[in-house]
Design a protein around this ligand. Structure first.
Ligand SMILES: Cc1cc2nc3c(=O)[nH]c(=O)nc-3n(C[C@H](O)[C@H](O)[C@H](O)COP(=O)(O)O)c2cc1C
Length: 302
């Protein structure tokens, strides 16, 4: 049985990766599961300068999910490039470096720095406020996405995956804009903007008032968006949003994802990778599938 996936010219030994921000820089999960079991992992979102993140509380539980406003706490792209990535390069798995910027210039500088590391892929998070354009997230406007992607491509020698925000009216317009800008692949979905209020104190639970919703509650939205995007562009997709087990991974692949990321589900079951891999093998045997690539996008619509 073949479970290898060629994604943007990089061979992944299996389709399972992790979602940025839910797996730290890998070491945090080492005691639960061997990181080399994954095809790759997306590291915590990096910014040009290190960030302390938002004040607590940063996480609120919701029905079937969580709301977070961590605020991109990270040591900064240079610490990652000089000290963290050289250690991660020793692992038998691919590293996807995830970057977030507040200006086009920040993205360009980060793309250059990360291009000089052993990271396999650069994932560009565009769910960040564009501070020079009134703070609206880069990922909500097609023209901005196309411009940002084409500028970053000029400074990026690694495959560039654009990570889409679901907080938009038309996800396919944004996906097409990233494709026109020269993206090599797409990942989706990032978190859905949400809010939880404590009715006794009348105050929002999160110190930042609002945050990003993730976990199984978002999965049907993510599946719908992956399906729509897969049919709108030719780019390969990393699918994510609420994966809790191997069944969910297959669902994302049928919708059109080539790789699938485990995220919030790892907080519930940090050893999920083992169950996921067993499920995929069993599914392939039950359905007589020799090559996992054969199920990508193969949902049969009613
Ligand atoms: C605590 C937390 C931190 C996150 N940090 C990042 C980040 O730094 N960069 C990014 O692109 N996405 C980040 N995300 C979004 C996830 O990578 C993923 O897109 C989203 O949570 C949906 O997948 P899930 O439901 O499986 O978690 C974060 C999510 C969570 C829950």
């Amino acid at each position: 049985m073949n479970t290898k996936i060629n994604f943007c010219g990089v061979e992944f030994k299996n389709p399972i990766v992790t979602a940025s921000g839910t797996f730290g820089f890998g070491a945090e999960y080492g005691q639960y599961a061997d990181i080399s079991e994954y095809g790759g992992f997306s590291a915590k979102g990096l910014t040009r300068q290190g960030r302390e993140g938002n004040p607590p509380p940063r996480i609120a539980e919701t029905p079937s999910g969580i709301l977070n406003s961590v605020g991109l706490q990270n040591p900064g792209v240079e610490v990652f490039a000089n000290y963290i990535m050289p250690e991660l390069a020793k692992l038998d798995t691919h590293v996807i470096a995830n970057m977030s910027g507040n200006t086009v210039e920040e993205y360009l500088e980060m793309a250059e720095i990360l291009s000089n590391t052993d990271t396999a892929i650069i994932e560009m998070n565009i769910s960040c406020p564009n501070v020079k354009q009134g703070g609206l997230a880069f990922g909500t406007d097609p023209a901005t996405v196309e411009h940002l992607t084409s500028e970053v491509k000029k400074h990026c020698s690694k495959p560039l995956v654009v990570k889409l925000s679901p907080n938009v009216t038309s996800i396919t317009d944004i996906a097409k804009a990233a494709e026109s800008g020269g993206a090599d692949g797409l990942s989706l979905i990032n978190t859905l903007l949400g809010m939880v209020i404590d009715v006794e104190s009348r105050k929002p639970i999160l110190a930042n008032n609002m945050g990003g919703l993730s976990g199984p509650c978002v999965r049907p939205v993510a599946i719908r968006m992956v399906h729509q995007v897969a049919n709108a562009v030719k780019l390969p997709i990393i699918g994510m949003g609420g994966v809790m087990n191997g069944r969910d991974v297959i669902e994302f692949m049928l919708a059109g994802a080539s790789l699938v990321a485990l995220g919030t589900g790892l907080f519930v079951n940090p050893k999920m990778i083992y169950e996921v891999k067993d499920y995929i093998s069993d599914y392939m045997i039950r359905h007589n599938i020799d090559d996992i690539n054969d199920i990508i996008g193969k949902v049969e619509l009613n």
